[in-house]
Design a binder for this molecule. Structure first.
Ligand SMILES: [Zn+2]
Length: 296
C-alpha cells in the first residue's frame, strides 16, 4: 500500500468544491468539501488539503465549472471565461493550481469529469456510445465513446436544445438566451421559479414531476434520435429527485412513439449515475491518472 500511487482530485462546482485523494480506481482515502468562494480562497484551501499528501500525490485531476478553456493547445488554456460567479471571470485556474500544487495536472469540465468517471468505472463502462446528462443549476451533457469523452469545439450544449412547450405552460424561461430550451424550462432555477421549491418536495407521480419529466423526456428523445446512445445516465441535483429517472425514461419512450429501438424501452436504458454523487470527484481522480499517461 505504501508504494501504491496516490492521486489528487478537485471537483470545482459553482456552489461547493470537493478535494480528494484516492487511488484513481474508485477508491477515495481522504476528502474535504468547502464552499466555493473567491478563487484565491479556494486555491489556498486546496494547497492546505493536499500539503499533507505533498510527497505522495503523483498528479492532479480537475473537473471545473465553466465556461473554461480545457484544450491545452488553445489560447487561454485553464482560464475561466466570462462567468457570473463573482471573481472567477478570467481566472487562471490551471496556473494558480500549478503554482500551489506543482504536479502534473489534467483539466476537464465538471460534466466531462463526471462522464469520465461513469465511462471508466460506472454505468457507461463497456458502452461503445453513451451520454451523461446532468440536470441541476443548468443542464449539461457529455458524449462518451469507447471510454472517452468525445472532443468538441468547446463542449456540447445539450441543455439549450429547443423543446416543445406544453400548451398550458406559460412560465417564463429562466434561460437568458432562449424562450423554450430544456434548461430554461426544466433545470433547477426553472423548477424553483415555477413551483417555489425543488422537485424533491413533490410526489414522483405528481403533476410537478410529470411536467419536468415530460420536458426531460423530450430532451432524451432528441438525444436518442441524434446519437443513438446505448445508455443515458441522468445525474445532477434535479436528476436525483426521487423517482425522476423512471418518470423521465417513461416520457422518453412515449415521446419516441414506436420509433424507438427496443433497447430504449429496457428499464436500465436510462439510469442514475452508478457512482452516485461521487461521479465527478472519481472522474477527476481518473483524469489525474491520465495526467501522467497511465491508465487505471
Ligand atoms: Zn437556453
Amino acid at each position: 500500500m505504501a508504494d501504491a500511487p496516490l492521486y489528487g482530485g478537485i471537483e470545482l462546482g459553482g456552489t461547493k468544491t470537493v478535494f480528494a485523494v484516492g487511488t484513481g480506481k474508485g477508491g477515495i482515502i481522504a476528502r474535504h468539501t468547502i464552499l466555493t468562494r473567491a478563487p484565491e480562497a479556494v486555491i489556498a484551501d486546496a494547497a492546505t488539503f493536499f500539503k499533507e499528501y505533498g510527497q505522495s500525490i503523483a498528479s492532479l485531476g480537475v473537473g471545473a465549472f465553466g465556461p473554461i478553456v480545457i484544450d491545452p493547445a488553445a489560447p487561454g488554456y485553464g482560464r475561466l471565461c466570462e462567468t457570473n460567479k463573482a471573481g472567477w471571470s478570467g481566472f487562471d485556474l490551471v496556473g494558480a493550481l500549478a503554482a500551489a500544487i506543482p504536479v502534473p495536472l489534467r483539466l476537464a469540465t465538471d460534466v466531462g469529469a463526471a462522464a469520465v468517471g461513469e465511462a471508466r468505472l460506472g454505468a457507461l463502462r463497456d458502452k461503445k456510445m453513451g451520454v451523461y446528462l446532468t440536470v441541476g443549476t443548468g443542464i449539461g451533457g457529455a458524449i462518451v465513446s469507447g471510454g472517452e469523452v468525445l472532443p468538441a469545439l468547446l463542449h456540447p450544449e445539450m441543455g439549450h436544445i429547443a423543446l416543445q412547450r406544453l400548451p398550458t405552460d406559460t412560465a417564463r424561461s429562466t434561460c437568458a438566451f432562449h424562450d423554450d430550451c430544456a434548461e430554461g424550462l426544466a433545470a433547477g432555477p426553472a423548477i424553483a421559479a415555477r413551483f417555489g421549491t425543488s422537485l424533491d418536495h413533490f410526489a414522483p407521480e405528481g403533476a410537478e414531476c410529470e411536467m419536468i419529466a415530460h420536458y426531460l423526456g423530450q430532451l432524451c428523445a432528441q438525444i436518442v434520435l441524434m446519437l443513438s446512445p446505448e445508455r443515458i445516465v441522468l445525474g445532477g441535483g434535479v436528476g436525483g429527485a426521487p423517482g425522476l429517472v423512471r418518470t423521465v425514461h417513461r416520457a422518453t419512450v412515449h415521446q419516441l412513439g414506436r420509433y424507438a429501438p427496443a433497447a430504449v424501452g429496457h428499464q436500465d436504458y436510462l439510469t442514475a449515475p452508478a457512482l452516485g454523487k461521487d461521479a465527478g470527484i472519481i472522474g477527476a481522480l481518473v483524469c489525474a491518472i491520465e495526467a501522467i499517461g497511465e491508465m487505471a
